[in-house]
Ligand binder design. Structure first.
Ligand SMILES: Nc1ncnc2c1ncn2[C@@H]1O[C@H](COP(=O)(O)OP(=O)(O)OP(=O)(O)O)[C@@H](O)[C@H]1O
Length: 281
C-alpha cells in the first residue's frame, strides 16, 4: 500500500484559472437517529440509532436479514426511511439522492462493483471524480485552458489514489481483465476518488477468499490510518470486522441489539444468541 495525502476538495480550480490547489476537509460525526424502514409488512429497520465518531472505523454487523443493507441504503440515499434522520456533522443527509452525497464528502463502495469492464482502471477512477468537477461536459468539450489543467490535476490525483491502493501496475488495464480481488480495490479507488470524509463500504469481503479478505482488512485499516477519514463498514464476516473496527453496532431483526468495542459485542449474550441462532437455523 502506498502513501497518500488526506482528503482534498477542489477549491474552484475548474471555475477559476488562477485557483490551483486542493483544500482539505476534516471528518465529521455521522449520526443515524431513530431510523425505521418498512417493506409492506416487514420491519427492515426499527428505530435504529448509532454514531460513527469522526475518523473512526465503525462496523455494522448482524446475521442474515438483520437489516444491514437496508441501513446502508438509507444512509447512502438509495432508500427513504419511514422515520428518523441521518446527519453528517450539521448537514442533514436524510433523503438526499446518492449523487448529492458524493459532493458532500460521502464515498461508497458497491457490493457488486459497478465498474465499466471495458474501460481502464484510471478511467473508472476518473469517473468517481465527476462529483468534484465544476466545468461540466460542455466546458471539457470546448477544451478551455483551465478545464485542460483541471483535468490533468484530476488524472494525477486519480493515479495517486491508484498507487495508494497498490494498483499502479494495472492503471491502464481494462477492468474486465482483472481478478476479482483487484476489481474490488478498483471499486475502493473509485470511492476514494470523490475525496470522501466518510467512506461507506457495503460487504466489501463478499465473494472473497481468506487471503483476499486478509489483504482487504489491511487495505481498509491503511485507508483509515493514512487518510484519517471515517469509515462505516457493513459486513457479514465477523472475523474481518473484529480485527479492524474501533466500534461495532449489531443489528438483529431490524433492531440494534448491541453497540460497543469489538471485545464488548463479542461477549454480549444477545449477540452470541443472534449469531448462534442463525447458524443453528
Ligand atoms: N427490497 C426489499 N423488499 C422487501 N423486503 C426487503 C427488501 N430488502 C430487504 N428486505 C427485507 O428486510 C429485511 C432486512 O434485509 P436486509 O437485506 O437489509 O438485511 P441484511 O442484514 O443486509 O441481510 P444479508 O446479510 O442477508 O444481506 C429482511 O427481512 C429482508 O427480507
Amino acid at each position: 500500500m502506498g502513501r497518500m495525502t488526506p482528503p482534498e476538495l477542489p477549491v474552484p480550480a475548474e471555475a477559476s484559472p488562477r485557483a490551483g490547489g486542493f483544500a482539505t476537509r476534516t471528518p465529521e460525526k455521522l449520526c443515524v437517529e431513530g431510523v425505521s424502514l418498512r417493506f409492506g409488512g416487514i420491519r427492515a429497520l426499527d428505530d435504529v440509532s448509532f454514531t460513527v465518531a469522526p475518523g473512526s472505523l465503525h462496523a455494522l454487523i448482524g446475521p442474515n436479514g438483520a437489516g444491514k443493507s437496508s441501513c446502508f441504503n438509507v444512509i447512502s440515499g438509495l432508500y427513504r426511511a419511514n422515520a428518523g434522520r441521518v446527519r453528517l456533522g450539521e448537514t442533514d443527509l436524510t433523503g438526499l439522492a446518492p449523487h448529492k452525497l458524493a459532493g458532500l464528502g460521502v464515498g461508497r463502495s458497491f457490493q457488486n462493483a459497478a465498474l465499466s469492464a471495458g474501460s481502464t482502471v484510471l478511467d473508472n477512477v476518473m469517473l468517481g471524480r465527476h462529483a468534484l468537477t465544476r466545468g461540466g461536459f460542455l466546458a471539457a468539450g470546448l477544451r478551455l485552458p483551465w478545464t485542460v489543467r483541471a483535468e490533468r490535476r484530476h488524472a494525477e490525483r486519480a493515479r495517486e489514489i491508484c498507487a495508494f491502493l497498490g494498483l499502479d501496475a494495472v492503471v491502464d488495464a481494462p477492468v474486465g481483465a482483472l481478478p476479482y480481488g483487484v476489481v474490488k480495490r478498483v471499486d475502493l479507488a473509485r470511492a476514494l476518488a470523490v475525496e470522501p470524509v466518510l467512506l461507506l463500504l457495503d460487504e466489501p469481503a463478499a465473494g472473497m477468499n481468506a487471503a483476499e479478505t486478509a489483504e482487504l482488512a489491511g487495505t481498509i485499516s491503511g485507508i483509515r490510518a493514512e487518510l484519517g477519514i471515517s469509515i462505516l463498514l457493513v459486513e457479514h464476516d465477523m472475523g474481518l470486522v473484529m480485527g479492524i473496527a474501533d466500534r461495532v453496532t449489531v443489528l438483529d431483526f431490524g433492531r440494534r441489539i448491541a453497540d460497543g468495542t469489538p471485545a464488548q459485542v463479542q461477549a454480549d449474550p444477545d449477540v452470541i444468541k443472534a449469531y448462534l441462532g442463525t447458524e443453528a437455523a
